[in-house]
Design a protein around this ligand. Structure first.
Ligand SMILES: Cc1ncc(COP(=O)(O)O)c(C=O)c1O
Length: 419
C-alpha cells in the first residue's frame, strides 16, 4: 500500500500531464478548424454524398426518395454490380477466405493471386505482372524501386497525383515536359543522353480533360533516344480501344509500351487493387524492392476473384466496350450539335466545358434536381476559369438514359444562356 504522500507524488504529475495534453490538442484543433475554414472560404471544400445502393446506372442516395441516373462514376463497363463478378467474389470468399492477414512474401500469396497476375499479363501482352492494393500504391512503389540517382524521369505535367508522389520518392533526376508537348519531350530526352536510364511517364488518358496522350509519338521519341515508356492506364484499361486493352489498343500498338500501371478499381470491377505489368526482370525487382508490395497486405481473395472474372468477361467478348463506345459517341455528337463544348476526344470522360465555376456548380445542382447525378469541377482541381461538369458514360447506360441526360443539359443550358 502506498502512503498518502507517495500516492500524491504519483497522481499529481499524471493529472498535470493530462491537462497539458488536452491544452496542446485544443490549440491544434483550433489551427485545423482555421485551416478547414480557409478551404470552405475558397469554395473548395468537398462534401460526400452517401449512396445507399450498389454502384450502378441508377443509384439511391441518402436524403432523396427517387433514384438518380448516375453519370459520375468510373464504373465504365457497369461491372461493379455484375452478377457473374459478384458470384465469383462470393465463391472465393467461401474457398479462399475473407483475407490473408499477411503481405505477399510471408504467407500472402494464393493460387488465385498468381492466376490473376497471369491473366493481366496475357491481357496486356506483357511478360509478367505484380498486384498491389491500389494503383496509387503501384505508382508509389515503382519509381523508387526501379530508378536511382543515375537515371532520369521525364513526366507529363498533368500526370495523376499518385505518379507525382511516386516520382518524389525516387532518387532519379526529375523533369517534367509540357502537357502532351512532343517538342518539349524531345528536347529533354536529347539533353539527358548521359543518364543510365531514361523513363518517359504519362497517363494514357487524362482524367480531367478526357484527352489522350500521343502514344505513337512518345514511342517514336523513346526509341530514337533510347528511353523506356511508362503509362498509367487507369482510365483506359478494360474500356478503351477496340478490345478494351487501353491506349495501346486505341493506337493499335498493343504490347509496345514497356511498363503499364493500372487499377482494378474502375472498369475492371470497381472494387480495389492495382498492378504493374511489364518485362519479367522489372517485375522480379519490384517483388524484391517495392515498398507498398513488401510492407502492405495482400489483396483479399474476393477482390482477386472478382477482377479475374472481369478479365474473363473482357477476353471472351467486346460487347461491353462496343456499347460504351456507342454511348460515348451518342452523347458527344448530340451535345456538340446542341452547341456545348465537350473536351477530350472519343473517350467516355466527357467534360462539358463552362468556364465559370459558379455556373458549373449551379448547373450540376439543377441536373441533380432533375434526377441526374453529375459533378462540377472547378479550381484548384482544374485551372482557374476552366470549370466544367464532368460526365462519364458507362456501358450499362441505355440509349434512353443518354438521351435523358442530354435533354436535361439542353433545357438547363438554354435557361442559363450557355447554348
Ligand atoms: C490516372 C490515375 N492513376 C492512379 C489512380 C489511383 O488508382 P487507385 O484508385 O487504384 O488507387 C487513379 C485514380 O483516381 C487515376 O485516375
Amino acid at each position: 500500500m502506498l502512503g498518502h504522500t507517495a500516492a500524491k507524488l504519483i497522481t499529481t504529475p499524471i493529472i498535470s500531464t493530462q491537462i497539458r495534453c488536452l491544452s496542446v490538442l485544443s490549440g491544434i484543433r483550433e489551427q485545423i478548424q482555421n485551416e478547414l475554414q480557409l478551404i470552405k472560404d475558397a469554395g473548395t471544400f468537398k462534401h460526400e454524398r452517401v449512396i445507399t445502393s450498389p454502384q450502378a446506372a441508377r443509384v439511391t442516395i441518402q436524403g432523396r426518395d427517387q433514384p438518380l441516373l448516375n453519370f459520375c462514376a468510373n464504373n465504365y463497363l457497369g461491372l461493379s454490380s455484375n452478377s457473374e463478378v459478384i458470384s465469383a467474389a462470393k465463391s472465393a470468399l467461401a474457398t479462399h477466405g475473407a483475407g490473408m492477414s499477411s503481405v505477399r512474401f510471408i504467407c500472402g500469396t494464393q493460387d488465385i493471386h498468381k492466376e490473376l497476375e497471369k491473366k493481366i499479363s496475357t491481357f496486356h501482352q506483357k511478360e509478367d505482372s505484380i498486384l498491389y492494393s491500389s494503383c496509387f500504391d503501384a505508382n508509389a512503389g515503382f519509381f523508387e524501386a526501379f530508378l536511382n540517382e543515375d537515371d532520369v524521369i521525364i513526366s507529363d505535367t498533368l500526370n495523376h497525383a499518385s505518379i507525382i508522389d511516386g516520382i518524389r520518392l525516387s532518387k532519379a533526376k526529375r523533369l517534367r515536359y509540357k502537357h502532351m508537348d512532343m517538342d518539349d519531350l524531345e528536347m529533354q530526352l536529347k539533353d539527358n543522353q548521359k543518364s543510365r536510364r531514361r523513363l518517359v511517364v504519362s497517363d494514357g488518358v487524362f482524367s480531367m480533360d478526357g484527352d489522350i496522350t500521343p502514344l505513337k509519338d512518345i514511342l517514336f521519341l523513346a526509341s530514337k533516344y533510347n528511353a523506356l515508356v511508362f503509362l498509367d492506364e487507369c482510365h483506359a484499361t478494360g474500356l478503351f480501344g477496340k478490345s478494351g486493352r487501353g491506349t495501346e489498343d486505341y493506337y493499335d500498338v498493343i504490347g509496345k509500351v514497356h511498363i503499364i500501371n493500372s487499377t482494378l478499381g474502375k472498369a475492371l470491377g470497381g472494387a480495389s487493387g492495382g498492378y504493374t505489368s511489364g518485362p519479367k526482370e522489372i517485375i522480379d525487382l519490384l517483388r524484391q524492392k517495392s515498398r507498398p508490395y513488401l510492407f502492405s497486405n495482400t489483396l483479399p481473395p474476393p477482390m482477386v476473384a472478382g477482377a479475374s472474372k472481369v478479365l474473363d468477361i473482357l477476353m471472351r467478348s467486346s460487347q461491353l466496350t462496343e456499347k460504351l463506345a456507342s454511348n460515348t459517341k451518342q452523347f458527344r455528337d448530340k451535345m456538340t450539335s446542341l452547341g456545348f463544348k465537350i473536351l477530350g476526344a472519343n473517350h467516355p470522360i466527357c467534360p462539358v466545358y463552362l468556364g465559370d465555376a459558379r455556373l458549373a456548380t449551379g448547373m450540376a445542382e439543377d441536373m441533380l434536381n432533375r434526377g441526374i447525378y453529375v459533378i462540377g469541377f472547378s479550381y484548384p482541381v482544374v485551372p482557374e476559369g476552366q470549370a466544367r461538369i464532368r460526365v462519364q458514360l458507362s456501358a450499362v447506360h441505355s440509349s434512353e438514359d443518354v438521351d435523358t441526360c442530354v435533354n436535361a443539359f439542353a433545357e438547363i443550358g438554354k435557361s442559363k444562356g450557355v447554348i
